[in-house]
Each structure stands twice: as structure tokens, then as C-alpha cells.
Design a protein. Structure first.
Length: 506
């Protein structure tokens, strides 16, 4: 949970159309920035203010608060307050900060509320399955039983009067589950208190809190199609609430031919299987974070009963067989204006020559931003597709910070400059399972910018990256798309590494 490096960049997906709210005060603007490697994932800020200077002041304050809290809770930083507490002698009362005391209290409360489904000692079973993956050998039942017995112990004792916490066992503990939501909530509060801003949205790894005079558009990631530009399961309109998503589709362990979730049921010692994604909307951030994880562990009946104890909580659960389970109030959060888009029929490009693209196939572009010593800023980037005549077919994605720097993406801007001016307010938030920072997947479904399937044949995928008054790098990958799977790799450049192009049958 350590803040390592950062960049500032607005993230815009070409081809989607989330609503951009019109401020009541016409002088107000939306200021957006992105960072990588924050609490082990990505971070997005949105600030609504009449002043860019005030938005920047709020951003700095929020970052300082995130860093401060990370230095308290991180299990991966040996110098954090939590790590130092874990090294203390057993049965010795240690005075801790009010934040750590509150977090330890919350874990005890949620362990009770979920009948053990949430447990700070879940790291015991997590390590068992990580070791099993490294050895490529499943743990035996005796090992699992021992892990369960260890997790079921009472691991610490709290004393309210003096804010002391006494360790009772040597079991490893991790403040994950809802610590991220807790941190996000306090970062929002600090941002609002430190500057003249009217609203703030803080999104860390797909968990977000929205506060102030704003209705944020939130896209819910589809766990079965979770590339950056895949269509969302739902588009929500959220005001003054928290959203959290937990699932097993981005992190886990491969043992043999089977994938095992990183989420383990402390009651059984085994990775969960029934649910692949759970999204929660609640008034309280820690409630949303706790429920999101608990819903991956509990039975559906238990989930429904638990959610009923949180006033106003709404949820969407996706099971491993693709079934969608919604709370009765979920639909009240959904943007009704986009529902009809789901049922639109696929267009056929009447002007495409040759055999049409096979809709059963798609291209996945996987890449990673290169780590450059002394320069932590993520470059601006654009990805698009051209045909054999170098004519633009499809814009896939665009990253940038301020609109004035867009022309630095010289090749992309040459063919897209006018269109970009009409589409620059495309700023939906995204909630989804936490992913690793710096690694992205973009897909091309064979359609052009008008939503029509193109013909089979030869096309070139282009990735352009640029920096303010700096480099302008191009990757061009020609490929022929027919009814046959194929892969291509590119060594990348100074900005991007590990690029793979995977054309496959869905």
C-alpha cells in the first residue's frame, strides 16, 4: 500500500459516450488527473472548481493524506505503523494511532457481522495457496485445516480507553478488504476541506467515493470482458456515495489447468468460486468495501441478508456462470438513457469489400508502460487502426493530460484533431476488480468508428506515445485478419514494452 511513483493524465476512451454534467455555475470546470502505483494500483482524481489552482491544491492535499494513511496501514512497507505493531512481542499492549485502532476495530466488527467471511488473518490461507501455486501442487486437507484453525483464533485485543492493541498470536494479518475504501473516504474529506472545490471523486483501483455537488457517471466493468474499452455491464449515475467492486477475474493463482481466486474463504481455507464480481453502492465507504469482498465469499442468501443491514445499499453480483443478481434498488442508479443501446442490432458495413469480419473473433492488444528511471510521468498515448491504404478505420483509446498537449501526438492529431474537439468531455469513472498498475488491455472487435464490421484483410494497429515537448514514438503492427487465430509481438520502445497482439476466437 505504498505510494511509489505518479503521473498526471486525463484518461479518455474513444467510442463511449458518458454524460458530461453541466455545472450550475458556468465558471466551474472538471479537473481530472491520473496516477499509477498508488496502493499497488491506479488512482484517478476528479475535482469540480472554478479555479485550476484550487483543484491542484486539493489534489496535493489528497495525495498527502493517501501517503499518510498508507504509512499507517501498509503490510508491505516494513516501516509502516501496522508492520511495526506486527513485530511487537505477544501479549504486550501497544498504543496505536486512532486510525489503526479504528481499522482493527472495523475488522473485528466485520468478522462478526459476516460470521467469519471477512478476517484480517485471511493472509494465512492466501499464503498457503500462493505457495501451492509456486510448487504447482495443491495443499492437502491437513494443511487447509491447520490454516483454518489458525485463522479462527483471536489475534489481538483492543482497549478503548488508551487506544492500545495487544497481539495475541503470530498469525500474519493484512489490512486489505476495506482499508482502500477507508483511505479514499478520508482523502475526499481532506480535499474538500483544504481548497475551494465543490466536488471530488477519488477512485483507487476501481473503488471510489463521490462527494459534493456532482453526479458522476460510473461504468461497471464486465468481468467476462474487462479490457479498458470493453462495454460496461451498466452505467450508473452516482451522487455522494461510495462504490466498490471485488472479483477474481484479474488476480489469482494458476495451479495446473485451474485458476484459483485470490479471495479465500477463511471459514474453509479455500479460494472462492461461486461469484466472479460484486459491485456495491453505499453511503459509507467502508461498508461498500467490506460488502464487495464479503459478497465473493458468502452464499447469495447470506449476501442479501447482510446487505439488508446497510440502509440504502445496492448491489450487482455476477456468478461464475454469468448470472446477474441485482438488489431491488439497483435499477434506480442505472442511467436509463443508455439501456436501449444494449439491444441495438449490429450494423453491417455495406461498403466493405470482400468477406466480412467474423464476429466470433476479436483482437486483444496487451502492453505495459516502460519504467524509466528518473521520469515517472506516463506518456500521452493513442491507439488506432488503419487499413491498407492508411485510412483511419477505428480509434480505440486516448490518454492525455490537458487538451493543449494533444497536438504532441502528431500522427494521431493529424487525422483526428477536428473530431477530438467534439468529444473531449468523455470522462466516465470505472469500477472494477483491482488490477496491476501500468498494464493495460485494449480490444478491437472488427468495427469501424461508425459501429460497422469491416471486411477481413490486412490492417495496421498503431500505438503512438508522446511527452510534453519530448519524445514522439510510434509502434506499427501490420496484421492480416481472417478466420484463424494468430499472435504477434513487438519489442516496443522507450515508452512501451511487452506489446502483444492476440487475435482469437471469443
Amino acid at each position: 500500500m505504498k505510494l511509489i511513483t505518479s503521473f498526471i493524465a486525463v484518461f479518455l476512451l474513444i467510442g463511449t459516450n458518458p454524460k458530461a454534467e453541466t455545472p450550475k455555475n458556468s465558471n466551474q470546470r472538471l479537473y481530472i488527473s491520473h496516477y499509477e502505483n498508488v496502493l499497488g494500483t491506479s488512482l484517478e482524481f476528479k475535482f469540480k472548481s472554478t479555479s485550476e489552482a484550487e483543484a491542484e491544491k486539493a489534489e496535493v492535499a489528497a495525495l498527502v493524506e493517501i501517503e499518510r494513511l498508507s504509512a499507517i496501514f501498509s503490510a508491505y512497507n516494513a516501516n509502516s505503523e501496522f508492520s511495526k505493531w506486527m513485530k511487537q512481542d505477544l501479549n504486550k499492549p501497544i498504543k496505536v494511532s486512532k486510525e489503526l485502532f479504528e481499522m482493527l476495530t472495523l475488522f473485528e466488527q466485520w468478522k462478526h457481522r459476516t460470521n467469519g467471511a471477512l478476517n484480517a488473518a485471511a493472509a494465512v490461507a492466501g499464503k498457503l495457496w500462493t505457495d501451492a501455486s509456486n510448487k504447482q501442487q495443491l495443499p492437502n486437507q491437513a494443511e487447509i485445516n491447520m490454516a483454518v484453525a489458525t485463522m479462527n483464533q483471536l489475534h489481538y485485543k483492543l482497549e478503548n480507553k488508551n487506544l492500545t492493541a495487544t497481539r495475541l498470536t503470530n498469525a500474519p494479518l493484512v489490512m486489505n478488504t476495506f482499508a482502500k475504501s477507508y483511505i479514499i473516504n478520508l482523502a475526499c474529506d481532506v480535499a474538500l476541506a483544504s481548497a475551494k472545490i465543490n466536488a471530488v471523486v477519488v477512485n483507487i483501483g476501481g473503488d471510489l467515493v463521490i462527494k459534493g455537488d456532482v453526479t458522476d457517471v460510473v461504468n461497471v466493468t464486465n468481468p467476462l470482458a474487462n479490457a479498458e474499452n470493453d462495454a460496461p455491464l451498466a452505467q450508473l449515475l452516482i451522487s455522494n456515495k461510495a462504490v466498490a467492486t471485488s472479483g477474481n477475474y484479474r488476480r489469482g493463482e494458476q495451479i495446473g489447468k485451474k485458476w484459483y481466486s485470490h479471495i479465500v474463504d477463511p471459514r474453509t481455507g479455500k479460494p472462492v468460486e461461486g461469484v466472479i464480481s460484486a459491485t456495491i453502492v453505499a453511503a459509507n465507504a467502508t461498508d461498500a468495501g467490506a460488502l464487495a469482498t464479503a459478497f465473493n465469499v458468502l452464499s447469495l442468501a447470506e449476501c442479501k441478508a447482510l446487505a439488508a443491514t446497510i440502509e440504502g445499499a445496492a448491489y450487482l453480483v455476477i456468478t461464475k456462470d454469468g448470472k446477474k443478481i441485482e438488489s431491488k434498488n439497483w435499477n434506480s442508479l442505472v442511467d436509463k438513457s443508455v439501456i436501449e443501446n444494449k439491444s441495438q442490432s449490429i450494423k453491417t458495413n455495406l461498403y466493405a469489400e470482400g468477406k466480412p469480419w467474423d464476429a466470433k473473433f476479436e483482437l486483444a492488444i496487451n502492453f505495459e508502460f516502460a519504467a524509466i528511471a528518473g521520469n515517472a510521468h506516463r506518456p500521452f498515448a493513442a491507439i488506432w487502426v488503419e487499413d491498407e491504404n492508411k485510412v483511419l478505420v477505428r480509434n480505440l483509446v486516448l490518454w492525455y493530460n490537458k487538451t493543449k498537449w494533444i497536438p504532441d501526438l502528431k500522427n494521431w492529431y493529424r487525422i483526428n484533431g477536428d473530431k477530438f474537439k467534439t468529444d473531449k468531455n468523455n470522462y466516465a469513472s470505472v469500477t472494477g476488480a483491482t488490477r496491476s498498475p501500468g498494464k493495460y488491455t485494449i480490444k478491437w472487435d472488427g468495427k469501424n468508428d461508425n459501429g460497422e464490421y469491416v471486411s477481413q484483410g490486412k490492417y495496421t494497429i498503431i500505438i503512438e506515445t508522446a511527452k510534453e515537448h519530448g519524445t514522439d514514438e510510434i509502434i506499427r503492427q501490420p496484421m492480416e485478419f481472417k478466420k484463424a487465430a494468430k499472435k504477434a509481438t513487438n519489442t516496443g520502445n522507450v515508452e512501451i514494452s511487452n506489446v502483444t497482439f492476440d487475435f482469437y476466437k471469443k
